[in-house]
Design a protein around this ligand. Sequence first.
Ligand SMILES: O=C(O)C(=O)Cc1ccc(O)cc1
Ligand SMILES: [Fe+2]
Length: 468
Amino acid sequence: MNQGFRFLWTRPSQNVTENMAVFLSRLHHVSLHVSNAEKIANDLVSKFKFDLFAARLTDKSKHFAFRKGAAVFVVNERPSKSRVGLNEGILGSTDRYSIDPQRADLEKYKQGNNSLGCLYDLSPLHPVDTVNNVCFEVEDVQRSFKVLRDLGCNFLVPPTTVEDVNGPVTYSVVKSIVGNVCHTLIEKTNYEGVFLPGFDVIEKNWSLEEEDMSCPVTHFDHITYACPRKTTHQVMGWYEKVFGFQRFFIDSNEDVDEGFVINQEGIGLRLTAMEYWKCSKAGIALPFAGKKEPDCKFVIAESLPKQGRNQVDTFLEQHRAPGIQHIGLYTKNIVSTAHTMAEAGVQFSSPPPAYYTQLGKQQEIEEAGHSPQMLAQHGILLDTDLHQDPLSQRASSESKRHLLQVFTKPIFAENTFFLELIERRGATGFGEGNIKALWRSVQAYMENERVDRQEPQGSSKTVQTALS
Ligand SMILES: O=C(O)C(=O)Cc1ccc(O)cc1
Ligand SMILES: [Fe+2]
């Protein structure tokens, strides 16, 4: 079945590679644009246990950087339209660093969209809260810019250097093929500061190596895109060509051309996954100095028409563009993390209660060393990888590969983004059982939401009818 692999990409010799794609050193941060930065900032700190470690406040914009292990979010406050002035300079009056336009066409950019002082990104004026910029470190931004421009990529910000006392950082923003998603490419090998020039570091009295035992989130495990129907091949092809991404199989039942398809019992979903070339050889920033960071996977989710309206369609509608639907946070202990976050007010989507009582599930959970009650309490799902190599088949149940996952409810006012917790015990893909149950848990939440939203409308209609 898995033959004639279309997306398989073998790494050619170094010289050829140089002309083909830009290789990414590491994921630097993921950037959000929201209408109320303080609300999300509070949630990230008090509920999701991230640390606010850097901030940039100008009279026009607010940017906060949060970290949990190697997972870094930058929250940008989306300015209201009334605050957008034409032809304003890039630098806000409170900026204390220098910026060097490396290209003449920066003039155009200054006068255009990005007149709001949104460093390392641009203010997208997207109508709803959105997570839309996945920022990567690269070795050479200028060279990356040339390679990608030759490949036909559109740049939203040309190479630009920003500097403070800790040294220079050069960046450029390239538009992706997926809706409003873009990628800031960052070169910071000569920068010695904690984050990026322009941000004030917020000192905290804790060792960077210190680990939060109750909530051991270490990195971004995967980023899932919601894409329109029949666009998966195009998206895969773009990432393969531009950044040298490689396809990997989510599940052993996956078809090469079709991806991993679930098209039954109300679930219509096509999933395809890819990851970037592992070449984390560039200088690695704190707090992971000297350590190998795991790479983040990318998942493309496409809805299939037969099974009715679903969560991918809902995302596309409410987000008003294809884009990042959710991000999986890797944790070393999902039970403890979910428990700590739930106590702090995080709401999780639970699967139907029958999930935990279905034949064999209880035993499967217990064999994996968990308590069904504990998992059920927060809606955590467990999948056992049944396709094992012959050696581990003969080994004890302890050597089986497991995957544990739970989805949060949307974290913005509209259904345009949620988080996921994921713990991998040997499993590298996404289990079919979990995907079905995750899908159902989100569907159930959405159905409830729809009913809740319709009720007041229904009752006001009744009132109106009674009055007319
Ligand atoms: O299993 C995962 O974590 C995925 O990321 C797959 C997925 C993608 C989209 C959905 O709406 C539901 C599940
Ligand atoms: Fe996921």
